[in-house]
Design a protein around this ligand. Structure first.
Ligand code: DGY
Length: 438
């Protein structure tokens, strides 16, 4: 482990582009929103000041609405598609900053959790690190409050307690099979501007990436959002892709709790507002549980009104947000450890794959359709620890570490063979390693 941590720190440093860390050296040469939150946690173990800068760089891309965009582009880097010209956010709305340039959608709101964890790590280090974070927290708090208020206002206007997303990319789990039914009614028009993909140029084995027809839909939705000038009020009524996201909602519930604690600590008046939001989204996730699916939380396709019955990692959302009674919590933890999931006999390590290996949708090499993502195992373990489920958290941590111990810091792994897939030296895989080891 000490050598593994040293190598992880080296990888994160190597991916640094000044104030931001590239999500991956070639595949993702810009700053991604939830990647940055997790990367900052890893960085906090080695350099707290740099961890705060990481988030400041992301906050610099925050929109006037409060939205934190899913990509903040590094101006010195031209190689990504879709890049800032394709998103054209600043050209289409005054809500987007002119500089830095950004995408026009968001990602799961894990940032307040990251800030809470960074403060914890800094406090454990003590000295100037802790003092630096103390000075930094009030400014970070203001950014996070605006972000959370945006999500409550624009992404849950009906008060369901569930966040709504406009694009699979917003879930961070781009091609998860839970979005298949939602994409099924997205019809790509013949005026989709031509494009050349970047991901399949970097990752030679196309079977590890979304398929061409899927990618066309991703790009088509971007054109639709542009047509609405990224204005939430104009997007919602006509969106071709509109669904709840139970995973993001669960993270948001806990993030509100973390931000409420921060409000108290800083003597800010929003404590009750934030706890109220935590309660609302916790309830939303609990209400999304499906008995027939063993207590997994299911999303609702908001275009058709249908429940999406697919066994993915997102179904465990109630273990993140909490609020289950003891029996229900035990049952869901038992499902997680059962042969349908981490206890599946074919798995190389008892990791939580993105789709149940027992489900017909499981595809062990295809991005979010089955591979195990170390960062997700680590995040779940972190959230379970927060809830007091130390046993299961401990085994997820050990399994994630066993997977990462090959030192490739792959984006995701084939869960049966343990083969590293996607981009190597992925920043958030290295960050998760640092938080697991140190
Ligand atoms: C993108 O291209 O922005 C996606 O988020 C990559 O996963």
């Amino acid at each position: 482990p000490p050598e593994l941590a040293a190598r992880a720190a080296y990888v994160i440093r190597g991916n640094s582009a000044g104030a931001m860390t590239r999500a991956a050296p070639d595949l993702y040469p810009h700053q991604w929103s939830w990647d940055a939150a997790f990367v900052a946690v890893g960085l906090a173990h080695v350099d707290v000041v740099r961890a705060c800068r990481e988030l400041d760089s992301l906050f610099a891309g925050q929109w006037r609405t409060g939205m934190i965009p899913h990509i903040v582009f590094d101006p010195s880097e031209e190689g990504y598609f879709p890049g800032p010209d394709r998103w054209a956010s600043a050209e289409l709305t005054d809500d987007a900053p002119r500089s830095p340039r950004t995408s026009g959608i968001c990602q799961p709101p894990v940032h307040a959790l990251a800030v809470e964890r960074i403060a914890e790590i800094a406090a454990a280090h003590g000295g100037p690190a802790a003092a630096h974070v103390e000075r930094w927290l009030p400014g970070a708090y203001d950014r996070l409050l605006a972000w959370h208020r945006y999500l409550v206002r624009e992404r849950d206007p009906q008060g369901r307690g569930l966040l709504t997303i406009y694009h699979g990319w917003e879930s961070g789990m781009d091609n998860s099979p839970r979005w298949d039914p939602v994409y099924a009614h997205v019809v790509v028009g013949d005026d989709l501007p031509p494009y050349a993909r970047r991901d399949t140029a970097v990752v030679a084995d196309a079977s590890q990436r979304p398929e061409p027809a899927e990618y066309d839909r991703y790009l088509w939705l971007v054109e639709q959002l542009k047509r609405a000038r990224y204005d939430d009020a104009r997007v919602r009524p006509h969106a071709e892709f509109l669904t709840t996201d139970v995973f993001a909602s669960a993270a948001f519930a806990v993030a509100n709790e973390a931000l409420a604690s921060l409000a108290r600590r800083l003597g800010r008046p929003e404590h009750d507002e934030l706890l109220g939001a935590a309660e609302r989204f916790r309830r939303g996730v609990l209400d999304a549980r499906d008995e027939a699916s063993g207590g997994l939380a299911l999303d609702v396709d908001l275009v058709t009104g249908d429940h999406i019955r697919v066994e993915t990692i997102a179904g465990f959302a109630p273990l993140i947000s909490g609020g289950l009674d003891t029996a229900a919590e035990r049952a869901l933890l038992a499902l997680l450890r059962s042969p349908r999931w981490t206890g599946h006999p074919a798995l190389r390590h008892p990791v939580l794959p993105t789709t149940s290996p027992s489900s017909p949708e499981f595809r062990p090499r295809a991005y979010w359709r089955g591979p195990s993502w170390p960062v997700m195992n680590w995040f779940l373990a972190w959230m379970l620890n927060r809830r007091g489920a130390k046993d299961v958290a401990g085994s997820l941590r050990a399994a994630a570490l066993a997977e990462l111990s090959d030192g490739s810091f792959a984006e995701y792994y084939e869960p049966v063979t343990g083969e590293p897939l996607g981009s190597l030296d992925q920043s958030w895989s290295a960050a998760a390693t640092l938080d697991l080891v140190l």
